[in-house]
Design a protein around this ligand. Sequence first.
Ligand SMILES: Nc1ncnc2c1ncn2[C@@H]1O[C@H](COP(=O)(O)OP(=O)(O)OP(=O)(O)O)[C@@H](O)[C@H]1O
Ligand SMILES: [Mg+2]
Length: 217
Amino acid sequence: MAIKIAVLSQKGGVGKSTLARCIAVEYASHNWSVKIADMDLKQRTVTAWNAMRMERGFEPSIEVQGFANVKDALKQESNYDLIVFDGAGQADIQTLNIAEASDFIILPTGVSTDDLVPQIKLAHEFIKKGIERKRIGFSLSRVGSSERELSDAKEYIEVAGYRFLGRIDEKTSITQAHDIGKAANETKYSTVNHVVDEVLQGVIDSIESLDNKIEAA
Ligand SMILES: Nc1ncnc2c1ncn2[C@@H]1O[C@H](COP(=O)(O)OP(=O)(O)OP(=O)(O)O)[C@@H](O)[C@H]1O
Ligand SMILES: [Mg+2]
């Protein structure tokens, strides 16, 4: 049975597809069989990205498939070690279903209050629906050079009672990587990749600390 990681948000454009891709690459590079469930059938960002990745023969290979609902994606659970749900642009009817079906939920957000507030609200809604707090983690996307902004955003997340996993800095090299079918942890620059690796380690550690979920690989 696959472990299921969901990358979700209330707002669009906060870095879900960026994170979903590098999580998939990270686990696949450790020989897990990974499928990204592209739950955004309008944009199909990750589906298009993976077509480029396959065309260029980049390793590790990832599978990506679009799904209209969680139930269909779960039919493939026994075929993979990991399913990563890349949520739709804005929270929709599927968002709660995906969250409920997942072992771990990541809510990426920008550092601004405009981004943080709706994302914390979404987390609170999940808790109200009975999702355990330990199954939710936050990451910061497109972080600029201000250390103050970063530490304020991290504090905001932690004061709200959620786990902070790490950050991805705003980098042209990340956009360029995406444009050729690579992920944010596969850019030309090891310094950029290293920061992304830290958030991925945060994800791995969180999942390993959940019960009965460490033996799938
Ligand atoms: N760290 C970064 N540095 C530079 N560009 C980034 C970074 N993270 C994301 N981007 C760019 O920002 C845009 C939005 O990111 P992404 O597609 O990951 O967000 P999303 O939450 O999946 O968006 P949507 O809600 O539309 O699905 C993309 O063009 C992406 O390439
Ligand atoms: Mg997306």
